[in-house]
Design a protein around this ligand. Structure first.
Ligand code: NDP
Length: 332
């Protein structure tokens, strides 16, 4: 099998040297295990955190060991009840073309409901994260105004559409004119290109003159600072991610509006989607329906072949993706 290992821990932005590709022969699956061949794998911003040798909600990657992450594959050999050769499953041993996995870590996916890659995007962690953030922590209501950053990304593009479905007014931000246009097509009422806006806070205030009820933060830094400035009293700030700082060893951005948390009695709430799988059945039923009816649209940026996975990952930090960043290994 071919596997991509963590070659060295990055200091600052990762590079291609952070990764190393190796070939090794896999053991045959033992009782309770499956041999799976990868069709699609996901690269995600949180993987940058796992490259750091420090305790977090999920264990760090080890130098010289294969990276891990969400993937979809086809079962080539099963030594587990309930799985048969040819089943298509989602699992967590991405970054390799074949893997021997415990069947308890695999979930059969329904290809009639949505194509394989959608189980890493709208029906996978990104779509579910958008749903949990808005539903459980944003408690977003019809008529409210929400601001969503990194809105052309995997989570953001789902959050925009779920927020519209809830009847909210949606302000969004993204890093290119093409992305701005696409997020507008998804239904956002105002979209800010944060790279060309001279003053993000002023642009946000103009888009939301009455202020924000909810901010869904994917970015942190200047975006969070602007949202604090423009938030209404008692606004809810849902902290999903802070990608602007993921490559910093120490926080580098100055916050100007932190005192707004007190003055406006804001609630800030961070969450990790893994803690909220009790909502998954409700979410997946809704999302399968929205996709079938065309109410939610998704887009992927696809890199071909396992060798392109490091480049795909690095692209998350330079905004190379519109929609979900994916690596495709095989059709079937
Ligand atoms: P995306 O598909 O949104 O990809 C990342 C995007 O972030 C890029 O395309 C880029 O878009 C934008 N970006 C990168 N660097 C910066 C920067 N310095 N300033 C502003 N924007 C930047 O990734 P995901 O949808 O997978 O993840 C989005 C966020 O959600 C991340 O913060 C991630 O960590 C978080 N997350 C949190 C989860 C949780 O359980 N809390 C679960 C899953 C994701 P652009 O061109 O617009 O700059």
């Amino acid at each position: 099998a071919q596997e991509i290992l963590l070659n060295s821990r990055p200091n600052g932005a990762p590079t291609l040297d952070t990764f190393r590709s190796v070939r090794r022969s896999l053991p045959a699956p033992s009782d309770g295990q499956l041999l799976v061949r990868t069709l699609w794998m996901s690269v995600d911003p949180y993987m940058r955190g796992r490259m750091r040798d420090q305790p977090s909600y999920i264990a760090p990657f080890q130098v010289g060991e294969p990276l891990e992450g969400a993937a979809v594959g086809v079962v080539e050999e099963s030594r587990a009840e309930n799985f048969a050769k040819g089943d298509v499953v989602s699992h967590f041993s991405g970054w390799r073309d074949h893997a021997v996995i415990d069947a308890t870590t695999a979930t059969k996916i329904d290809l009639d409901a949505a194509p394989a890659e959608a189980w890493l995007g709208p029906l996978g962690v990104p779509g579910f994260t958008a749903f949990v953030g808005l539903e459980r922590f944003g408690a977003l209501k019809s008529g409210e105004t929400v601001f969503i950053s990194a809105a052309a990304g995997a989570v953001g593009s789902m959050a925009v559409q779920i927020a519209k479905a809830k009847g909210a007014r949606v302000i969004a931000s993204a890093g290119s004119d093409d992305k701005v246009a696409w997020v507008g097509e998804l239904g956002a009422d105002e979209v800010i290109n944060y790279k060309t806006a001279k003053d993000l806070t002023a642009a946000l205030r103009k888009a939301a003159p009455e202020g924000l009820d909810v901010y869904f933060d994917n970015v942190g830094g200047k975006h969070l600072d602007a949202a604090l400035a423009v938030a209404k009293d008692s606004a809810r700030i849902v902290v999903c991610g802070m990608i602007a700082g993921y490559n910093d060893e120490l926080p580098s951005e100055t916050m100007h509006h932190l005192s707004a948390i007190v003055i406006k009695r804001l609630s800030l709430r961070g969450f990790i989607v893994l803690d909220h799988y009790d909502l998954y059945p409700e979410f997946s039923a809704a999302m399968i329906g929205w996709l079938k009816e065309g109410k939610v649209k998704s887009r992927d940026t696809v890199h071909d072949g396992l060798d392109s996975a490091p480049k795909a990952f690095l692209g998350l930090f330079s905004g190379d993706n519109t929609g979900k960043m994916l690596v495709k290994l095989a059709d079937r």
